[in-house]
Design a protein around this ligand. Structure first.
Ligand SMILES: [Zn+2]
Length: 173
């Protein structure tokens, strides 16, 4: 196998655990309408993602064994699709939506920056996050933070609201 192919296969393999995590969250088979001949993507008993064919007589194929058919960018779009899919608990996964950048309000009397929802440091406060609103361990100089009340994502250096993520991945604290 050529070096490039191997590297690209590794990149695809790296996406798999994230797909497993989303399928566990969704907790049901997900229809894959765009894939010819495939009915759903589901987890088998070993928690491996499997492609369930339209034709019941055809065997299920493990996604991990079918990566040759999935270019890296298709796997990434599959992951994004899964993250926006509502699970049994009625929630989607982590979806970041960019908003038109807007500076936070500053409350002179309280001496605090306010989120558009009215939240500020002494109420529900803000947590350190990445540029897509997924929470990260608090660091002294986080570049982004997320409003704990409404999910808006704020660029810390300029106090600018840049997006919103209602159901972020909560990293280890
Ligand atoms: Zn807010």
């Amino acid at each position: 196998m050529k070096r490039n192919n191997r590297r690209s296969l590794q990149a695809r393999l790296a996406v798999l655990p994230h797909i497993v995590k989303e399928l566990q969250r969704i907790d049901k088979a997900v229809p894959l309408n765009e894939q010819a001949g495939i009915k759903t993507l589901a987890l088998d008993r070993d928690n491996d993602p499997v492609l369930v064919p339209m034709d019941d007589h055809q065997p299920q194929k493990k996604l991990g064994h079918s990566l040759e058919q999935f270019p890296h960018k298709n796997l990434i779009s599959l992951l994004k699709f899964l993250r926006s899919t509502v699970g049994k608990d009625g929630k989607t996964g982590s979806v970041f939506t960019r908003l038109k950048p807007k500076e936070m309000g500053y409350h002179e009397y309280l001496d605090y920056w306010l989120c558009a929802c009215g939240n500020f440091e002494k109420l529900e406060g803000f947590n350190a996050c990445d540029s897509e609103g997924n929470l990260v361990s608090p660091v002294p100089k986080a570049s982004f933070c997320r409003c704990e009340r409404c999910g808006r994502v704020i660029k810390v250096s300029s106090h600018t609201i840049v997006g919103i993520n209602l159901n972020p991945i909560r990293g280890r604290f």
